[in-house]
Ligand binder design. Structure first.
Ligand code: S3P
Length: 167
């Protein structure tokens, strides 16, 4: 297995913040699949969804993930929906040690509400959307990850330490 740490989890679970900390502490490179998609497309995620729709985004997300297979000594943070495709789940596991970063539904909702830009949450009832998406994805996160950190009552630093201790 490759010497990488891969973060999966719902929007607002802290993948990017905790991932950056883990990378800093281990002296690893930090890569974010959303950032790869944005850079390649030359558009923000919200613009990609508005102009091209979710399937287009998902295709580019899979291609971004595939492009990371050459990495070593890296921390990879991923978009919350990356586990939806079986092909992605296999790629994630090949990449390295997969960590599911999770938090209670209330905490997740509170965190995603601070940033109104997430296209999948532009619905009449975002609280309900979060609930439904979490329900749909729970088993996919659980089945893909080798280790789970629940950050509901943890600082980003403590969550990072828990990952480093296990990796
Ligand atoms: C998505 C999560 C987002 C981004 C896109 C779709 C999802 O990433 O990939 O808006 O399907 O949950 P974050 O989890 O980094 O917010």
């Amino acid at each position: 297995m490759r010497n990488n740490i891969v973060f999966i989890g719902f929007m607002g679970s802290g993948k990017t913040s905790v991932g950056r900390l883990v990378a800093q502490r281990l002296g690893f490179q930090f890569v974010d699949t959303d950032a790869v998609v944005v850079e390649r497309a030359g558009m923000q995620i919200s613009e990609i969804f508005a102009r091209h729709g979710e399937p287009w985004f998902r295709d580019h997300e899979t291609s971004a993930l595939s492009s990371l297979s050459i990495l070593n000594r890296s921390v990879i943070s991923t978009g919350g929906g990356i586990v939806l495709r079986p092909q992605n789940r296999a790629l994630l596991q090949e990449l390295g040690f997969v960590v599911w970063l999770t938090a209670s539904e209330d905490v997740i909702f509170e965190r995603v509400s601070r940033n109104k830009k997430r296209p999948l949450l532009q619905t009449a009832d975002p609280r309900r959307t979060v609930h439904e998406l979490l329900e749909q994805r729970h088993d996919l996160y659980q089945g893909t990850a080798q280790f789970t950190v629940n950050s509901t009552e943890l600082s980003h630093e403590a969550a990072a330490e828990a990952v480093i201790a296990k990796a």
